[in-house]
Design a protein around this ligand. Structure first.
Ligand SMILES: Nc1ncnc2c1ncn2[C@@H]1O[C@H](COP(=O)(O)OP(=O)(O)OP(=O)(O)O)[C@@H](O)[C@H]1O
Ligand SMILES: [Mg+2]
Length: 323
């Protein structure tokens, strides 16, 4: 394994992130005061500890870490695009992944923060309302807003299925990723623009924002996934590190993934792995369909494993199965 790789795909947690060199001068950020990331797992331990990345994915994750650039991960369904974020967070001990699922209605503002003026107004009208009430109780940073807090180590932000977004979102994101900062006008308008706001790390997590602006320190590892439903503009692609994931190339690789997930339950599953490959020459199948088939065939009391497996592994695109 080349020395420069911090993330190696070993599935064991280590402190390799301490060897991350300072950023290139054009990607240096100086947000303060520097915060410690919350401790704890990635948020999806089974998937994080069973993931076997391709060599290309390992290399591109490291390139994104070194260059402080977002990683755009493309590929067919079930090739492990989302899981990659959890695997990196687990191995490098970067704490819980900040998950931001994207739909056609998602806006940049949803990812940055939400302000709840109605509840604040209601609270201010109560007889027992404090005079200078705590505005931070009505501001919650979203996954993107939290990832850009001045953490000393990169947080992992999963921008999941960015190709489902409204046409403007990728460009809006670019601007934020270039600057590494954003403003909360609800705070900057006030005489005292500092407040202790809530974060995306759960109900108890609060962080002080000074001068109404959040600026990152260690640039987060941003993993953006896409199923290819949209082409991205060159200006967007130029600012990302890209990687395309593929289905496992051969039976040995696929068997290793099955064993990683199912341990001894994967014994005697070679026939199903072979069947998966046979079928995948005619249409799209995803690795987790095979995992389900192996698990079920191991427990189901049936003579005809192949028929049961075929029902559990219908084509996602391509020919229609005969029943
Ligand atoms: N290389 C791999 N090693 C181990 N498990 C894998 C690998 N690739 C995929 N899987 C497993 O396949 C399942 C699907 O992975 P994941 O959800 O990350 O795929 P995806 O590419 O994000 O799919 P989608 O496009 O549908 O969102 C998970 O259970 C994951 O653990
Ligand atoms: Mg996914």
């Amino acid at each position: 394994m080349p020395d420069w790789l911090l993330y190696t795909g070993s599935r064991r947690t280590h402190d390799g992130i301490d060897r991350l060199p300072p950023p290139p001068p054009w990607r240096a950020f100086d947000g303060e005061p520097v915060l410690r990331s919350p401790s704890g797992g990635s948020g999806s331990e089974h998937h994080a500890t069973t993931y076997r990345p391709s060599d290309d994915a390992v290399q591109q994750v490291n390139a994104a870490l070194y260059l402080r650039r977002p990683l755009l991960v493309t590929g067919p369904p079930g090739t492990g695009k989302s899981t990659l974020a959890y695997a990196v967070a687990h191995e490098l001990g970067l704490g819980p992944v900040l998950h931001w699922p994207i739909t056609s209605r998602t806006t940049l503002r949803d990812g940055l923060y939400q302000y709840d003026p109605l509840t604040r107004l209601y609270a201010a009208g109560r007889d027992d309302a404090p005079r200078d009430e705590d505005i931070g109780r009505y501001i919650r940073l979203g996954p993107l807003g939290t990832a850009l807090l001045p953490y000393g180590r990169p947080r992992v932000l999963l921008v999941d299925e960015i190709d489902k977004s409204d046409i403007d979102l990728p460009n809006d994101l670019l601007t934020i990723f270039e600057k590494g900062e954003y403003e909360l006008p609800e705070l900057t308008r006030r005489a005292d623009p500092s407040a202790e706001v809530m974060t995306a790390d759960g109900p108890g997590a609060r962080v002080t924002v000074t001068a109404g602006t959040v600026r990152c320190n260690a640039f987060p590892l941003v993993v953006m996934t896409s199923n290819g439903e949209r082409e991205f503009p060159p200006a967007f692609l130029r600012r990302c590190v890209t990687v395309e994931l593929r289905q496992p190339a051969g039976e040995a690789e696929l068997s290793a993934i099955v064993r990683e997930h199912l341990g001894p339950l994967a014994d005697q599953s070679d026939d199903l792995v072979r069947r998966f490959f046979e079928r995948s020459t005619s249409g799209t199948l995803a690795t987790d369909q095979l995992l389900n088939a192996v698990y079920l065939c191991r427990h189901a009391d049936t003579e005809d494993r192949r028929a049961l497996a075929d029902r559990i592994m219908p084509y996602l695109t391509g020919p229609v199965d005969d029943d």
